[in-house]
Design a protein. Structure first.
Length: 328
């Protein structure tokens, strides 16, 4: 019997390229895979489905159905905080799928099967970073299929990657996770997204398109940190204008106060909110990482917020899969 271990890094979600029904493509995610924090699961083939975590159990049942296998035993070794902006849902779903497939000596085909696992229905960033890491821009979905009501679950394909770059190894992403209510998910997120899409100004999408093509992609390709940071900060704020009514401001509280505080830090660029937050991020380099971390801890203290601070490299690879003989 084989034990399969799958370890996947978190991701940051900078924003979408378009949320207006007046444009041909809807969504179009922009994000970065991180080398840490990580989610790690182990799997062994089994006659039934069993997991030591409720969400892993749900996805293990789906995986067994999708793969048409008898069952799997799943254990969570490392966890990502859920609904904070780190992409935990997609990473656990695809990790469980890949681990279950490999435990049964099958090809996971994670991109093809992600919709059946309920993932990739808006952004394709989480799937793409699970596959290959890096900085990713996806193509979005045809607007005529994703109106105010998305297609039935699984009735879509994950949007293709239109740009991917490895970012310089000396860059560091500051990840600040304040102690705050989780971001939106599930039916609450769906309702909020419907509201945003129904009212989104298409002019904002046109502005973002210019930032992506003339600023962000050249900066990523050339490894220019400050230009990259300026571009993701601008995209984040323009996305926030779409979400302002739904989340109580350009950035949701208390992420907004953290963003404003860290934007004044001279060694940080590209400060923004990941997904619905409350995680806040910024980018610096290895030489200034300690100063950036001190600024983040000072900001948390001054705002009377608990929380964690992490500095991470951008991932240069996707999920790591390892197989070993079982101890059983």
């Amino acid at each position: 019997m084989t034990t399969v271990t799958v370890s996947a890094g978190a991701r940051l979600h900078v924003g979408f390229q378009n949320l207006s029904l007046a444009r041909e493509r809807l969504y179009g995610g922009i994000g970065i895979g991180l080398d840490e924090p990580r989610l790690t699961v182990t799997a062994e083939p089994a006659a039934t489905v069993d997991a030591d975590d409720p969400l892993a159990q749900e996805y293990a049942r789906r995986a067994a159905d999708v793969l048409d296998v008898s069952g799997v035993s799943i254990a969570m070794e490392e966890r990502l905080s859920r609904h904070v902006g780190l992409g935990s849902g997609t990473q656990i779903a695809l990790s469980v799928l890949a681990a279950t497939a490999r435990a049964h000596d099958l090809d996971p085909r994670t991109r093809d099967r992600a919709p059946a696992m309920g993932r990739g229905g808006r952004s394709g960033v989480g799937v793409a970073t699970f596959e290959d890491g890096g900085f990713v821009v996806d193509a979005g979905h045809p607007t005529n299929r994703f109106t105010t009501e998305p297609p039935a679950e699984g009735d879509w394909t994950v949007p293709p990657v239109v740009a991917r770059h490895d970012l310089p190894t000396e860059w560091r992403f500051l990840v600040v996770a304040p102690d705050a209510d989780p971001g939106r998910s599930g039916e609450d997120e769906d309702a909020s997204m419907r509201s945003v899409v129904e009212r989104a100004d298409p002019a904002v999408a046109d502005e973002i398109a210019g930032v992506v093509t003339r600023k962000l992609l050249p900066a990523a390709a050339e490894g220019r940190l400050e230009a990259f940071g300026e571009a993701i900060a601008e995209i984040g704020r323009k996305n926030g204008a779409w979400y302002a009514d739904a989340q109580g401001g350009v950035f949701r509280p208390p992420a907004g106060a953290l963003v404003e505080s860290l934007s004044d830090c001279p060694v940080l660029s590209g400060v923004g909110q990941s997904s619905w937050g409350p995680v806040v991020y910024g980018v610096t380099d290895a030489a200034h990482a300690d100063e950036a971390e001190r600024a983040a801890r000072t900001a948390l203290d001054e705002l009377d917020l608990g929380g964690g601070v992490l500095l991470a490299r951008a991932a240069t690879d996707g999920a790591r899969i390892r197989e070993a003989p079982s101890d059983r």
